[in-house]
Design a protein around this ligand. Structure first.
Ligand code: URA
Length: 254
């Protein structure tokens, strides 16, 4: 998976899979729709919030309520627009009554988030608030200790610059958090200018079998099993299968 067109097509396929997801029975039965994420499918900068609220559940796009308006304003302050970034959440479905995401729900939705990161290939990921920060760092240190400090972490198979930020919803109500969030976002252009961190070596494919060697069986090696027809496409989950008709409009891709 290499060109941006191929990755974009694959992202659309993941979206199509996600929008009928029922991994979390309660969320699947209470949501209006899945809020997959939206923005630039080839963005250098990705944001990960917590979960859709009422407005997002209704509109199908993340951060379109008051917190989203603030995020848009703060981005504009550093010369960025929605069309430059991709915005997603830890959960794609609105928790009823805006309750906190539950551990099982975070776990279920994580595979989709990892796939988005793999396909968008951002250089910088800003986690917004505690849930996203704890999920991507894989440990429970809170946002008040981590905000504004960039670090390189692995997200799935990608190395990214993680840059935790206060959640804009928190900054709406507390002036000091707003000032801090603004100052932290002010650091984004310099962080983006660093470019992508070094990527881990891809896992090497096993060496090709030597057909000559196969003619002389080695008594210490178990005979190879006959190849299955499916072995040509190893372990490709259904949501990663290529799809023909792109759903870019519903996805809100730029
Ligand atoms: N808060 C979030 O974390 N995500 C949204 O999409 C909206 C509000």
């Amino acid at each position: 998976m290499s060109t941006s067109a191929e990755r974009r097509e694959e992202l659309t396929a993941v979206f199509k899979q996600a929008r009928t997801c029922t991994l979390c029975p309660q969320l699947a039965s209470t949501r209006t729709q899945v809020v997959f994420g939206s923005g630039n499918a080839d963005a250098d900068l990705m944001f990960v919030g917590e979960a859709p609220g009422a407005k997002e559940d209704e509109g199908g796009i993340p951060f379109i309520g008051a917190a989203g308006k603030l995020l848009d304003e703060l981005l504009a302050g550093v010369g960025l627009a929605r069309s430059d970034v991709f915005i997603a959440n830890v959960l794609m479905c609105r928790p009823p009554g805006n309750r906190d995401p539950q551990p099982g729900e975070i776990d279920n939705c994580q595979q989709y988030l990892m796939r988005k990161v793999e396909l968008i290939q951002p250089t910088v990921i800003c986690t917004l608030g505690n849930f996203a920060t704890k999920l991507l760092r894989g440990e429970p240190t809170g946002i008040s200790r981590l905000h504004g400090q960039a670090e390189i972490i692995a997200v799935g198979s990608r190395a990214v610059r993680l840059y935790p930020l206060y959640h804009p919803a928190a900054a709406l109500y507390t002036r000091s958090l707003l000032d801090t969030l603004k100052a932290d976002i002010g650091g984004l252009p310099a962080l983006l200018a660093l470019g992508p961190p070094a990527q881990p070596e891809p896992v090497a494919a096993p060496p090709e079998a030597d057909p000559e060697a196969a003619a002389v069986p080695d008594p210490h090696v178990a005979p190879a099993q006959p190849a299955q027809a499916a072995a040509a496409e190893p372990d490709r989950p259904d949501w990663a299968q290529p799809h023909e008709d792109p759903a870019d409009r519903q996805l809100g891709l730029f």
